[in-house]
Design a protein around this ligand. Structure first.
Ligand SMILES: Nc1ncnc2c1ncn2[C@@H]1O[C@H](COP(=O)(O)OP(=O)(O)OP(=O)(O)O)[C@@H](O)[C@H]1O
Ligand SMILES: O=P(O)(O)O[C@@H]1[C@H](O)[C@H](O)[C@@H](OP(=O)(O)O)[C@H](OP(=O)(O)O)[C@H]1O
Length: 452
C-alpha cells in the first residue's frame, strides 16, 4: 500500500481500522496495572497524567503531570546512551477478550477533570468480575475458574490477565525501545539526552504537557527512563503520533555525513519501496543512501518540509496501528485523516485545538523551549470513548541545547547552522488543520454551545 499516493492509502488503512471497530483487536485499550493487593491496582495511590481535558464541557485543567518519583528509583544515572538500539522486546500481545474486561470502565466512569480519576473508582472485586467476564463464550473455562480452590492460582491468573491488558501501544519509533511497567508507567531505553530533557522539563512551564518523569531504573541489567503511560486508564484510546518540526535530523548528523558519508542500505530499500525513481543513478548502483539524504527525502514526500509536522502513526479505538502515512503531505489529506481519526466528533477536534493553543502559550513562556532545538519530537494526540481528549509532547531523544549565542525562534525555516527546528511552524499548521476540520462538520457534529 505504501506506493499508493497519500490519502487513498491512508483512508483505506484507517477505514479498515474503523471497520474493525476495536472488536477483537490485538491492541491494548485501557487497563490498570499492578496486582491485586497492590494499592496502585485499586487506584488508591494512582496519580498521573490521565486526561486533564474533558471535552464533555468542563474545559481544560492542565495540571496533568506529576513531579517527583515516589519509588525511590535512582535519578540521573549517567549511562551510555541506548537511544536507537533495536530489539524486539515489545509487550506481549493482548488477548482479544479485553473489551469485555473494559466494560466496567465505561459504566460508572468519573468524568471529572482530575488527572488521576480514570483509575480511581474501582475496587478489586469489580476487577475480578471483569476478568471473569472476559471468558464469556468459554463456559468451561469460567466454570473451571469458579471451582478453583487455590487462591494462589486464582490471583496468578487475574494478575496475568491484567498485565496482558496493559494500555500500552507503540505507534511509532524504534522497536524494542519500550517496556511496560506496573503502576501506570512505562520504561523507555535510557538516553542521556532524553533523560536530561525530561529532568529539565519537570521544572519548566512545559511540565503539564509532558509525561511525568520518574527517574531512571535498571531492569535486566539495562537502564530505562521511567515515565507515565499516557494511555493509562483510558477507554479504548484512539492515538495519533505527529512528528514535529521542519527538520528531523540533527545538524551534527549532517556534518558527520558530509565528512564521512555512511551508506545506508536499509534506507535505500525503504526509499525505493515507496518510489523507485527517487534514488539517483549512483544511489541505485550503490544500493545505499546517506541518512540525511533519506531523512530529507522523507521530509519532502510527507508534510514535514511544507507544514512543519507529519503524521507517523494512528490507531483508532484499539484497532490495528496504521503507519502508512509516508506520503501524506497536503493539508487536505491531513484534514481527512483527522476527521476519520476523531470519527468527526467536533468536541474532540475542538478539545485538541484548545490544548494546542494553550501549549503554544506555554512554549512561548518556556525557558527550555527558548534554549533547545527540538528535533524528532512528537505530539501524541489521545482521545477515548468517554470523550476525553489530550495532546502530549513526547520523545526528546534528539532535543539538544542550542549554542548559547543563538536565540532560537522556532517559527522560521531552517538554514544550516541556525539550529532552527520549525516547531512553531508545525504547531501553527496543526492548529489550522484542526480548525479547518471543524469547518467540514455539520451543525449536528459540533458540540452544543456551553451554557452561559
Ligand atoms: N509516555 C508515553 N505514554 C504512552 N505512549 C507513549 C509514551 N511515550 C511514547 N509512547 C508511544 O511510543 C511511540 C514511540 O515513542 P517515541 O517517539 O518516544 O519513541 P522513539 O523510539 O524514541 O522514537 P523515534 O524512533 O522517532 O526517535 C509513540 O508514538 C507512542 O505511541
Ligand atoms: O520513519 P522511517 O522512514 O522508518 O525512518 C526512520 C525515522 O526517520 C526515525 O526518526 C529515525 O530515527 P532517529 O530519529 O532516531 O534518527 C530512523 O533513523 P535510524 O534508522 O538511523 O534509527 C529512520 O530510519
Amino acid at each position: 500500500m505504501e506506493g499508493l499516493n497519500g490519502l487513498k492509502a491512508c483512508q483505506k488503512g484507517i477505514s479498515q481500522a474503523l471497520a474493525q471497530g476495536g472488536q477483537g483487536c490485538p491492541a491494548p485499550c485501557v487497563a490498570k496495572e499492578g496486582a491485586p493487593g497492590d494499592p496502585k491496582w485499586r487506584g488508591e495511590l494512582v496519580q498521573g497524567p490521565g486526561l486533564p481535558m474533558d471535552v464533555g464541557g468542563k474545559g481544560p485543567a492542565l495540571d496533568g503531570a506529576k513531579a517527583s518519583p515516589e519509588d525511590g528509583s535512582p535519578k540521573g544515572i549517567q549511562a551510555p546512551s541506548l537511544h536507537g538500539a533495536k530489539g524486539n522486546e515489545g509487550p506481549p500481545e493482548a488477548p482479544k477478550l479485553q473489551h469485555l474486561a473494559m466494560r466496567g470502565l465505561s459504566g460508572g466512569h468519573d468524568r471529572s477533570v482530575s488527572s488521576s480519576s480514570t483509575c480511581s473508582s474501582f475496587e478489586s472485586s469489580q476487577e475480578s468480575d471483569e476478568v471473569f467476564s472476559e471468558e464469556e463464550g468459554k463456559p468451561g473455562r469460567r466454570k473451571m475458574l469458579r471451582k478453583t480452590k487455590s487462591w494462589k492460582t486464582f490471583f496468578t491468573m487475574v494478575h496475568w490477565s491484567l498485565r496482558r491488558h496493559s494500555s500500552w501501544v507503540q505507534l511509532a519509533g524504534h522497536e524494542g525501545n519500550f517496556k511496560p511497567s506496573e503502576g501506570g508507567q512505562i520504561l523507555k531505553k535510557f538516553s542521556t539526552v532524553e533523560n536530561t530533557c525530561l529532568e529539565a522539563l519537570m521544572g519548566d512551564t512545559l511540565r503539564p504537557y509532558v509525561p511525568a518523569y520518574h527517574g531512571v531504573v535498571v531492569k535486566d541489567g539495562e537502564h530505562y527512563i521511567q515515565m507515565d503511560d499516557l494511555l493509562r486508564g483510558l477507554d479504548a484510546p484512539s492515538i495519533m503520533d505527529c512528528k514535529m518540526g521542519v527538520r528531523t535530523y540533527l545538524e551534527e548528523e549532517l556534518t558527520k555525513a558530509l565528512l564521512k558519508p555512511t551508506p545506508r542500505k536499509d534506507m535505500y530499500q525503504k526509499m525505493v519501496k515507496v518510489d523507485p525513481s527517487a534514488a539517483t543513478a549512483e544511489e541505485h548502483s550503490q544500493k545505499a543512501v546517506t541518512k540525511p539524504r533519506y531523512m530529507q527525502w522523507r521530509e519532502h514526500i510527507s508534510s514535514t518540509a511544507s507544514l512543519g509536522f507529519r503524521i507517523e502513526g494512528v490507531t483508532i479505538e484499539g484497532g490495528a496501528v496504521q503507519k502508512d502515512f509516508k506520503q501524506t503531505r497536503t493539508q487536505e489529506q491531513i484534514i481527512d485523516t483527522f476527521l476519520i481519526f476523531t470519527k468527526r466528533q467536533g468536541s474532540i477536534l475542538r478539545a485538541y485545538q484548545s490544548r494546542l493553543e494553550s501549549m503554544r502559550s506555554a512554549l512561548l513562556e518556556s525557558a527550555f523551549f527558548r534554549t533547545h532545538e527540538v528535533i524528532g519530537s512528537s505530539l501524541l494526540f489521545v482521545h477515548d470513548r468517554q470523550g476525553r481528549a489530550n495532546v502530549w509532547m513526547i520523545d526528546f531523544g534528539k532535543t539538544l541545547p542550542a549554542p548559547p549565542q543563538l536565540a532560537l525562534r522556532h517559527d522560521v525555516p531552517w538554514t544550516r547552522g541556525s539550529h532552527e527546528d520549525g516547531y512553531l511552524i508545525g504547531l501553527h499548521h496543526l492548529t489550522h488543520t484542526l480548525q479547518a476540520a471543524q469547518r467540514r462538520l455539520g451543525p449536528e457534529e459540533m458540540p452544543a454551545p456551553s451554557a452561559p
